[in-house]
Ligand binder design. Sequence first.
Ligand SMILES: Cc1cc2nc3c(=O)[nH]c(=O)nc-3n(C[C@H](O)[C@H](O)[C@H](O)COP(=O)(O)OP(=O)(O)OC[C@H]3O[C@@H](n4cnc5c(N)ncnc54)[C@H](O)[C@@H]3O)c2cc1C
Length: 480
Amino acid sequence: MSLRFAILGAGMSGVLTAIKLREAGFDDFTIYEKADRLGGTWRENTYPGIACDVPSHLYSYSFEPNPEWSHRFSPGSEIQAYFEGVARRRGVLPRIRFGAEVTRGTFTGGRWRLETKDGRRDEADVVIAATGVLHHPKLPDIEGLDTFAGALFHSARWDHAVQLEGRRVGIVGTGSTAVQITSAIVERVAKLSLFQRTAQWIMPQANPAYSEAERAEFRRHPERLDQLHAELGQLFAAFASGLVDANSPQMQAIEAACRVNLEQNVHDPVLREKLRPSYRAACKRLVMSPDFYDAIQKPSAEVVTEGIERVEPAGVRTRDGRLHELDVLVLATGFRVDRFMRPMQVTGRDGLELETAWKQRPSAYLSISIPGFPNLFMLNGPNGPVGNFSLIEVAELQLGYILQLVERLRSGRAGEISPSEEATQRFEAERTEAARHTIWGSGCRSWYLDDRGVPASWPWTFDRFRAEMSAPKLEAYELS
Ligand SMILES: Cc1cc2nc3c(=O)[nH]c(=O)nc-3n(C[C@H](O)[C@H](O)[C@H](O)COP(=O)(O)OP(=O)(O)OC[C@H]3O[C@@H](n4cnc5c(N)ncnc54)[C@H](O)[C@@H]3O)c2cc1C
């Protein structure tokens, strides 16, 4: 049976889907991308200092090793160029419909009917939602934000027209993004004020450049890149397995490294205490940086721990009454991680609305599919592995699983596939219980936590994830 596919989103996951569908012999598909360029995260985040925090030779498609990575953790612009290069070489570009935001999807008569913002329509047998997790910027609820007279923007909407040289810059937030920005701009600005609600553990992580000789060696011996990918994968799987047991030796080693970094590299005892977190390392997403502590100890930098009272035209007023005068205010305040394919309106079987199914919170069987929404599959969907994994590897494994289900549609052994309510509820109950024992549930506020305070992530080892993705358990599905 010939199947038509709609892929929603042309980020890392959407490009991957197009390549793998073709390899599997499916050629009838369109990728819908609301922006005018592919790349998702790496198109949108162009702030100074942006780089991946998973080594580049792991944060690459397994089938497209890249000898040219400049650094162990390469800058965002290189990552964007990498995805664009892969898409071009693999013939994905002509299949992307740019400027096409899918606003509605309705399952009726055994097919998905899709509508884009500009009123175009399409039909597909299978929809693969590759719409991203860290995609919808989260703005803080601070009084007076709109009264600021200087330049104000979210880190994912960096305004490159704004000069930083010699200006007074405030950064709200202390996650990986804020840390990267701080290190990148501290020398350029007159004053940098980092508004910190929660201190972060900083894992000292060097970021050496690959020399031309090393890159030439990778070019000559591509098998070394495959080997490196596999080795780094094993290393990260071991690290990831440590995260799901708060008392694991890996967590203790990470905690010790972060503690030594703080004790040895922050010299002023007052600043050191300001920067000392009150929770366990890796409870929040672990921040890696070779130079944040150097940067924050520069004379032009200040860590402001007093809470923000409001924003005024001249700057930020903290609760102690002090006005921090600023020319530029950057909101490094993260993303709304519970949106997924929304605000798209999704209607499944018998008129079931996604908003209703996800009324309490987003959930999905194995993060991939939702009861009542046949032939709709998500990559990097709700409660999937997010904690310091390579999301490329996650998406590759998920797609391999999805293609096995799709194979049943192609062969006619099933017409509609969706997980059963019972399997989904059982999975969610087990996942929730296990999540409480992970490092993310060890007592901190973070974006991993859902509205109940339960970590919204894969709570088992990476090996278990890989095993689960290797073959669908068909008894968990309704196949009609
Ligand atoms: C600053 C930052 C650093 C990161 N660093 C790492 C890292 O080091 N390692 C790691 O593994 N991960 C990292 N991530 C996570 C990163 O998001 C993923 O690795 C990956 O890029 C996600 O790709 P994606 O295609 O799933 O989603 P996205 O990159 O978010 O792409 C989704 C695409 O879908 C489009 N879209 C959404 N809705 C619609 C719609 N309705 N219609 C049409 N198009 C739509 C969007 O415009 C976008 O292009 C980082 C994220 C951020 C924000």
